[in-house]
Design a protein around this ligand. Sequence first.
Ligand SMILES: [Zn+2]
Length: 201
Amino acid sequence: MSAVYTETLNNLIEQFGKLPGIGPKTAERLAFHILKSGPAEAIALADAIRDVKTKIRFCEICYNLSEQPVCKICSDSKRDKSIICVVEQPRDVIKLEQTGLCKWVYHVLGGHIAPLDGIEPDDLTINKLVERVRAGGVTEVVMATNPNIAGDGTALYISSLLKPTAVNITRLARGLPTGSTIEYASGKILTDAITGRQQME
Ligand SMILES: [Zn+2]
């Protein structure tokens, strides 16, 4: 941090520098861009950042991001609520929705089970998923956790919990490379994975 800049400017550079993929040079450039831009533009950016932290919450049903108590997907009457697709994070919902194939609803876990990182099943929304299935009306649960060790382990754990409910449990087909993530899969691969989903053992 340069002593040449004022404290306020240094602070802005420091805040930009905390963002992923932003090095010190870029942080400095962004800060100077804000400094030069009109007040309206700069305040709009500040407001957008504040809004994302104050207005966005989790859907009461599926735990996807929402600005209402119930998200747009859960409140869509055209959705098939008998099929729940289980994903790790909200970005996976966006990715799957982009294929245009999904008429189901979701359940967002909020991550995957990772005991070594201190993430236990109770830290995720797994119990809420089991409650949803137990409440009835659900015929299929599609596991769309990431095809890596943590995602597979989480899917297996959930399927063992759901077994007594006799719901049909499937998983996305294995066109997805093992060790990869939903987030970075191509649309074509995801389309194949959705249409060719398989029974989970
Ligand atoms: Zn929802």
